[in-house]
Ligand binder design. Structure first.
Ligand SMILES: Nc1ncnc2c1ncn2[C@@H]1O[C@H](COP(=O)(O)OP(=O)(O)OP(=O)(O)O)[C@@H](O)[C@H]1O
Length: 312
């Protein structure tokens, strides 16, 4: 375990609230991120994740409530500036100057905060450093952002949708890297709207919806309660029978079959299916939206019956 920062959790929020005019983007969020854990901050688009992160970094001011980052209150600017030397930050929109090269960006960050871990990061993340950033793909920009977030060996890393734009192979390497970081004692807090991503690397998850924290759980608990998404294509009509099974929730009729979230016994499902002319079955992790539905039945799905959902 690194650091000697006393007992305070690396991130702690108390009734953290942000209003943009009539939009309540964060509504009295209270949670703590413990030292050495990987904490996933999950929620659909517009839920308020970036708003929280920007308040933690002191980029916007809370309307009310407060938060501490490595013990520094976000209202205490000098203390927060000092604490941020030990924080790595990957914003959602990187905003690099397109005319400078990746090497220029890293050189600048090195001069401000140090670059002790640069060589090992460059083995893992490989943006074309000698080219101007305007020529970068989204994935290359993201890799450059990841390098600058970790290069000074921070105690706490805060990332806003870190893997968006990374190809699956780089995503997997990123996952492994974050797990290794956690093992060396770094605290990692990142936002995502992809449940499958956080389930691989997070110890705990906070779910935010419409600005409110609706759940704080270990990933194990979240998944064990979240069920599976089942999609069945049948030649005959299986809707009524499947909809009546125990453990079937959020059932939708598709043009060629049925889709639902299933939390029951597989044998019971198979027994029901043998009575139908089944052409295709797909069992997968539910998209985050569906986990919300399972937990909080009042949530309105953001998509129509015939679609296969949003992100998986
Ligand atoms: N500068 C702003 N002015 C007005 N409203 C804003 C501003 N920034 C965010 N909002 C609103 O606040 C709410 C939360 O936005 P936020 O960007 O924090 O969500 P998010 O969970 O990060 O979404 P995404 O996953 O799409 O990035 C949304 O309704 C958004 O439209």
């Amino acid at each position: 375990m690194r650091g000697d920062r006393g007992a305070a959790p690396p991130i702690e929020t108390h009734d953290l609230t942000k209003e943009y005019g009539s939009v309540l983007a964060n509504d009295a969020l209270s949670f703590a991120v413990e030292r050495g854990e990987v904490f996933g901050f999950l929620g659909p688009n517009g839920a308020g994740k970036s708003t929280t992160i920007r308040m933690l970094l002191g980029l916007i001011r809370p309307t009310s409530g407060t938060a501490t980052v490595l013990g520094a209150d976000v209202h205490d600017e000098p203390a927060l500036i000092d604490a941020k030397r030990r924080v790595g930050y990957l914003p959602a929109h990187l905003g690099f100057d397109g005319e400078v090269t990746g090497a220029d960006v890293l050189e600048y960050h090195a001069s401000v905060k140090g670059d002790g871990r640069l060589p090992e990061l460059l083995e893992l993340f490989t943006p074309p450093l000698d080219r101007p950033i305007r020529e970068y793909s989204t994935g290359n920009e993201r890799m450059l952002g990841l390098i600058q977030a970790f290069m000074h060996d921070p105690d706490l890393v805060i990332m806003d949708e870190p893997t968006s734009g990374l190809d699956p192979l780089k995503q997997e390497e990123f996952n492994e890297f974050v797990r290794d970081e956690r093992d060396r004692g770094t605290t990692v807090f990142f936002s995502s709207h992809v449940l499958s991503e956080v389930r691989r690397i997070c110890d705990r998850v906070g779910i935010i919806r419409e600005g409110r924290l609706v759940e704080l759980e270990s990933v194990e608990t979240l998944l064990s309660q979240g069920g599976k998404r089942v999609r069945v294509v049948t030649a005959d009509d299986a809707y009524a029978q499947l909809a009546s099974l125990d453990g079937v929730v959020d059932v939708r009729r598709l043009s060629d079959g049925v889709q639902f979230i299933y939390t029951g016994e597989y044998n019971a499902l198979l027994a029901a299916l043998v009575e139908h002319d089944v052409r295709e079955i797909d069992v997968s992790e539910p998209p985050l939206e569906d986990v919300f539905i399972h937990y909080y039945g009042e949530h309105e799905p953001a998509y129509a019956d015939e679609t296969d959902g949003t992100d998986a």
